[in-house]
Design a protein. Structure first.
Ligand SMILES: [Mg+2]
Length: 431
């Protein structure tokens, strides 16, 4: 037996506002940040669990405190019972009635729970000597459904439904793992499309994205329609008439405004419109989906829990589901989200970028391909070429695909010297 001896948090902020990397219609000057946590144990293997919540800048003031608030649940506890029953551990953490009052199951505390759940998965995968995607992919259907809290889902997805989905995918697992190792998982890139970039930079990066083999690019839209028309036209000229180009409004619009704006861009054939309005407005998304069809609506990076995804799917509000590794309460809740998408037959194209989101979320898509949906067609993981150098196991993206990590763990471990160098001191360090 070993015990958890500490939950160490760090406030890490990168000065991305200085280069306008990550700028969009709602976030003009983001500082990509991580509320970082290390779960330390007294085990002889000296394995620690690393994880984080992605925030932008001042969000860390609150998010780090949220993670610290969970120390009382974990420090001093025996580790093995927590790891052996991750479903039970998840339910215990989301069930703290005093903290639950702040949500329930949404916002800062829910993401804080996600951080410690993911840190425990990091330990579990490192102990198993496997990357997370592979550890999950080799669990039995029964073990996988035991990880999921079906509370509030059963009018759309029951434990039996989930077992049926997972059992149907069981036969092809070995073959699909081999396919994944050989050809990777499709990727698209958002790097050309940040709103703060000049037209010249957009054109250069769009050209580079195609040369690098990406299957899609994405443009930020929603600040000024004339600018959007000009930028989209330039991207079309560079990429040609058939190359998929998605657009992302980052929650900028009212419902009617979204429909008008997207239809004004329809001549450029957007592959999808992402986050057209408030992420909480399920019926609004459904109205937009009807109003802009056949252009597809995508959302999810700010969907705060599995119940939001359930309703988006039930309302036929989305045709593309965008899970995020750190928005919900960790691996367990994202398995519920993957199962919901599989049940409704909607492709999952995860949100990534930020700090370490690519490193983290690739494991979930790869697990989905091997053991849940069994499909890569129509699916791709977002990729942004920023900040990977700070991670112990950076993504391996080439030829337009994510290639599966072999390092044991969740991929969320940051280099020790990066943690020290970018710990927030009240002002940005010199680059
Ligand atoms: Mg987005």
């Amino acid at each position: 037996m070993s015990r958890i001896v500490a939950l160490e948090t760090s406030d890490i902020r990168f000065p991305t506002s200085l280069s306008l990397d990550g700028s969009d219609a709602m976030n003009p000057d983001p500082d990509y940040s991580a509320s970082y946590v290390i779960v330390r144990t007294d085990a002889d293997d000296e394995i620690a669990g690393h994880s984080f919540v992605f925030t932008i800048g001042r969000g860390n003031d609150v998010q780090v405190a949220g993670i610290d608030a969970l120390a009382g649940h974990l420090v001093g506890r025996e580790l093995e019972p927590l790891l052996d029953d991750m479903g039970g551990t998840f339910r215990e953490l989301i069930g703290d009635s005093q903290l639950r009052w702040l949500g329930p199951e949404k916002g800062v505390m829910h993401m804080a729970i996600g951080a410690v759940i993911n840190a425990l998965w990091d330990i579990k995968a490192k102990r198993a000597g496997m990357p997370l995607w592979q550890l999950l992919s080799r669990m039995t259907p029964e073990q996988i459904v035991d990880l999921v809290d079906f509370r509030y889902l059963t009018n759309a997805l029951t434990r039996e439904d989930a077992l049926e989905i997972l059992r149907a995918a069981e036969a092809g697992r070995t073959e699909r793992e081999a396919q994944l190792l050989a050809t990777g998982y499709p990727a698209y890139t958002t790097s050309p499309g940040w709103l703060g970039y000049s037209d010249e930079k957009l054109e250069r990066l769009a050209r580079e994205a195609m040369a690098d083999g990406f299957g899609q690019i994405k443009l930020k839209v929603g600040a000024d329609l004339e600018d959007d028309i000009r930028r989209f036209r330039k991207a079309r000229e560079v990429c040609g008439p058939d190359f998929p180009i998605a657009i992302d409004a980052n929650q900028r619009w009212e419902v009617a405004e979204a429909i008008d704006w997207v239809n004004a861009l329809a001549e450029f054939h957007p592959a999808w419109i992402e986050e057209p309005t408030s992420p909480d407005d399920i019926l609004g998304h459904a109205e937009i989906a009807r109003g802009v069809a056949p252009i597809r609506v995508a959302t999810g990076e700010h969907a705060q829990n599995r119940m939001i995804f359930k309703q988006l799917l039930q309302a036929e509000a989305i045709s593309v589901m965008q899970i995020d590794a750190v928005r919900v309460a960790g691996v367990n809740e994202n398995i519920a989200n993957l199962l919901l998408a599989a049940k409704f037959g909607v492709p999952v194209c995860p949100h990534a970028g930020g700090v370490g989101l690519c490193e983290a979320v690739q494991h979930l898509s790869m697990f989905d391909f091997v053991a849940v949906s069994g499909a890569r067609e129509g699916r791709m993981i977002e990729y942004v070429d920023h900040l990977h150098e700070h991670f112990v196991t950076p993504t391996d993206v080439h030829d337009g695909a994510y290639f599966p990590p072999a390092t044991p763990g969740t991929g969320m471990e940051m280099k020790a010297d990066s943690i020290v160098a970018y710990t927030w001191t009240g002002r940005h360090v010199e680059a």
